[in-house]
Write a protein of this length. Structure first.
Lengths: 341, 249
């Protein structure tokens, strides 16, 4: 269960959401798209087009060789010990895992029309009566759960139909859960009427996911939720929690530390399933940028501080931002926030 | 015997302790009732196998009674009317009645020794209690449930209870903090797992504080506190004194 905290204007989290679905189409998985905002048909029309492996790798390869040929000439003179360290890898070298997508083009409709996909658009579903026991949950959530459970059962994702030979995976995408469009007021008021609806929904969803061959991504406008206790409980109930913070409209937009990037990626929790430990990467500072064709997530590294006219105040700023970055990841450990050396 | 152990984690995941206690008590030959609310049976089974215990075998011989919260929840909400006539342990979800009596009855019936049992002492293991609050149980109901369990398991049956809770120092979840603080006062042993104050480290995953509540024994002594650091590996967890991690020495 991948839980994504939306950025303020929802631009980038929407992109991540579409990537998840597009990957599903390309891999031949079945899709289930739920939204209260946009009709799922429209969402599917806007999925990014997959890039054929060769063209992308060629592009990457060209860039890499261009950089390499320059660097070979100047070997380091003063900091020569660092020469032996591998170059900072901003983006992962091409691995066979997953596909790349071209954001400037949309996916050709033939690709996803051949797949089996299901949609849940809240305004259309409100007319039907829920058949399951409501357990005091928001009725929109109840209907969504019922719909998901029905698809899982009917299409045999939970192994209930032994006749089905080909096992497939169901990719579920739920957009903007918890927002007012779903009838939940946790985003609009400090003391919401029912603070347990979202957490109950997540628990039942988690149960459904564990029982079947499915994966789910949810985006939530976390910045609107006033009651932080809900966010803590939600983090506890999800396997993976990722937060996107975009720089639009914030003071970080002009911070020279971030000039190449459009936002930060906060990984709050990574899944720890079927083992005692989880696979934590070396670095916690990730940032994303949206180039014309690609959306990339890279390690954030400080550009070299070359100018000697940098005033003291801006240096202080840089240091502050750098400190805020290494806040760590929930599954392993997070240090206290204000620890001065 | 008759001890209440509280596992508490802050800003990190203390579930490795749950896996440890589960395999520890099973290997010791105790009858274990495991209320697993957060993960599926196969997750615990796979980890337990790495630690050398088979949960399926334990379930078959009646040593382990496993309540898989996720599965019961689905049966309750999507299943047809109950066939067996027994109310589901998670009844509080559907009724909106905020007491956990059905859950307590489940625990009591599973741990009360049947005539043919030859297991040493009963043990109740809960992973994790904070989830009950997320599901709509009132904090008082959760505390009542623990209290009833203590009466039956610790006092009457002379067994042990181990419970995992999450907490945060600057947490805004007041209900959770209420439950955790209250449980801390009643525990005989607290194992408090925290992230390092200095942040993420690859070789030391965190520190564990062991608090033996000697003060509860009315001998006017202070609680004993010991602090160790730990590193989790695939099949094992190594503990060492602060600052003496293998990477440093």
């Amino acid at each position: 269960l991948v839980f994504t905290e939306e950025d303020k204007y929802g631009l980038y989290s929407n992109l991540l959401f579409k990537y998840f679905l597009a990957e599903g189409v390309v891999c031949g998985h079945e899709l289930f798209v739920a939204s209260a905002k946009e009709h799922p048909d429209n969402i599917l029309k806007e999925l990014p087009a997959p890039l054929l492996d060769d063209t992308y790798r060629n592009e990457l390869g060209e860039e890499a060789t261009a950089v390499k040929s320059e660097d070979f000439q100047d070997s380091m003179k003063i900091a020569w010990r660092y020469q032996n360290l591998p170059k900072m890898e901003a983006s992962p070298t091409s691995t066979k895992f997953g596909h790349y997508y071209d954001v400037s083009k949309t996916m050709p409709p033939e690709l996803f029309q051949s797949r089996n996909w299901h949609s849940f658009y809240l305004p259309e579903e409100l007319s039907l009566q829920p058949k399951m026991k409501t357990c005091n949950m928001n009725s929109a959530y109840t209907r969504l759960l019922q719909s998901i459970q029905r698809i899982i059962y009917q299409e045999g994702f939970d192994g209930s139909d032994p006749q089905k030979k080909q096992k497939n995976i169901l990719r579920i995408g739920i957009q903007s859960l918890g927002s007012m469009l779903w009838g939940d007021d946790i985003c609009s008021s400090d003391t919401p009427e029912d603070i347990h609806s979202l957490t109950k929904f997540l628990y039942v969803l988690r149960a459904l996911l564990r029982k079947s061959l499915s994966a789910c991504i949810i985006t939530v406008p976390a910045h609107l939720i006033q009651n932080k206790a809900i966010m803590e409980r939600v983090t506890n109930l999800s396997d993976m929690v990722v937060g996107l913070e975009s720089f639009i409209g914030s003071e970080r937009e002009t911070n020279p530390l971030y000039k190449d990037y459009h936002g930060l990626v906060h990984v709050h929790q990574i899944p720890r399933l079927n083992s005692l430990i989880c696979d934590v990467s070396d670095t916690k500072d990730l940032a994303f940028r949206l180039k014309r064709k690609l959306f990339t997530i890279e390690r954030l590294h400080l550009p070299p501080d070359l100018s000697d006219t940098v005033s003291r105040t801006s240096k202080q700023d840089l240091a502050e931002s750098a400190k805020l970055l290494s806040s760590g990841c929930g599954a392993m450990a997070i240090g206290k926030k204000h620890l001065d050396f | 015997q008759g001890k209440f152990t509280l596992l508490r984690d802050t800003r990190t995941d203390g579930s490795f302790l749950v896996h440890h206690f589960l395999s520890f008590y099973l290997r010791a030959g105790c009858k274990v009732c495991f209320v697993a609310l957060l993960q599926s049976f196969s997750h615990y089974n796979i980890v337990a196998q790495k630690l050398g215990v088979s949960l399926t075998a334990a379930k078959e011989r009646g040593q382990l009674i496993f309540l898989e919260g996720l599965k019961s929840c689905l049966d309750l909400l999507f299943g047809e009317e109950e066939q067996s006539g027994q109310p589901s342990p998670l009844q509080f979800l559907s009724e909106g009645a905020s007491d956990l009596k059905a859950l307590f009855d489940f625990v009591r019936t599973s741990l009360t020794p049947a005539g043919s049992d030859s297991w040493k002492g009963p043990v109740l293991l809960v992973d994790d209690l904070s989830v009950l609050l997320s599901l709509g149980a009132a904090p008082v109901a959760v505390l009542d449930f623990i209290h009833y369990c203590r009466v039956v398991v610790c006092s009457q049956l002379k067994g042990n209870i181990v419970v995992l809770v999450h907490s945060n120092e600057d947490s805004e979840d007041e209900e959770n903090e209420l439950v955790v603080n209250s449980l801390c006062h009643h525990s005989d042993l607290i194992l408090w797992v925290e992230g390092l104050a200095t942040g993420f480290c690859k070789d030391v995953h965190g520190q564990i504080k062991i608090i033996r509540r000697v003060s509860l024994e009315l001998t006017a002594e202070k609680d004993l506190v010991q602090v160790y650091q730990y590193k989790i590996q695939d099949k094992n967890v190594t503990f060492f004194a602060r600052g003496l991690s293998a990477a440093v020495l």
